[in-house]
Ligand binder design. Structure first.
Ligand SMILES: Nc1ncnc2c1ncn2[C@@H]1O[C@H](COP(=O)(O)OP(=O)(O)OP(=O)(O)O)[C@@H](O)[C@H]1O
Ligand SMILES: [Mg+2]
Length: 233
């Protein structure tokens, strides 16, 4: 579904991605893990077309997308739950969800999709007319996921699902993500290594813009050397 081949990217003079290659198979779930500043968000931004690729390729269903403008890439079926959630706090929950349905096919099926999403996240269904800013952090994260799903993406990019949330809330959010995973291909970027490995099939570990380790998530989770070196467990 998605492939990065030797992607190099810069922010100003600073090289943030140093030959990153990764693959997300259709229907699969892939995690990218790494410490602060490793380049995780840069990978998401490169895929979205928000950060320019200096060299290398980004392929979505075999098509090169690395030089397309972001709105065009979004139309190819890419959804994103951005770092920090970015819900529209002064708008209602319902209007936030509607904002996600910007694709023509999204609009046609909007009402059915809305029903699916409120079934997936029942709490949103009970809060549709409430201001999004009044939701808890975890509820806002569910709203950000719901909003991204309103456009019926083929591939969902999720940046730091667990950021700033209490452990119990993180469990809730990941429970919701397991439902989401059943219907969409997923690329998950996380600092919270254990949750991410438990909720993905393949994983890549990123250090200063380079992939230093990759493999089946279950194997990485079971590797004691890796736990010590990268996971602080
Ligand atoms: N707007 C910016 N201007 C300059 N440098 C930036 C900017 N945004 C990010 N960087 C740098 O790019 C590198 C990669 O950042 P990126 O945001 O991709 O990391 P990350 O893995 O997502 O980190 P975090 O876990 O903190 O979200 C870091 O060294 C960071 O300092
Ligand atoms: Mg980040």
């Amino acid at each position: 579904m998605l492939r990065l081949e030797n992607v190099e990217a810069f922010i100003g003079e600073n090289q943030v991605l140093r030959g990153v290659s990764l693959a997300v198979p259709a229907g699969g779930s892939v995690a990218v893990l790494g410490a602060n500043g490793a380049g995780k968000s840069s990978i998401i931004r490169v895929i979205q077309g928000l950060l320019k690729v200096r060299s290398g390729r980004v392929l979505l269903e075999g098509r090169e997308i690395q030089n397309l403008p972001p709105h065009q890439i979004a139309r190819l079926g890419l959804g994103c739950v951005p770092e920090g959630r970015r819900v529209f706090k002064d708008m209602s929950v319902l209007d936030n969800l509607k904002m996600g349905a910007f694709l023509p096919q999204g609009r046609q099926v909007m009402h059915r999709t809305l029903e699916e999403i409120t079934a997936m996240f029942p709490i949103l269904g009970t809060r549709l007319h409430q201001r999004a800013g009044t939701l808890s952090g975890g509820e806002q994260q569910m709203l950000a996921m719901g909003r991204a799903l309103m456009a019926k993406p083929k591939l969902l990019l999720v940046d730091e699902l667990s950021l700033g949330l209490a452990p119990l809330v993180v469990q809730d959010i990941y429970r919701a993500l397991r439902v989401v995973r059943q219907s969409v291909t997923l690329l998950l970027v996380e600092q919270s290594v254990e949750q991410a490995l438990k909720n993905s099939e393949q994983a890549y570990i990123l250090e200063t813009g380079q992939v230093v380790r990759q493999g089946a998530s279950a194997e990485l989770l079971a590797d004691p050397a890796l736990k010590e070196a990268y996971l602080g467990m």
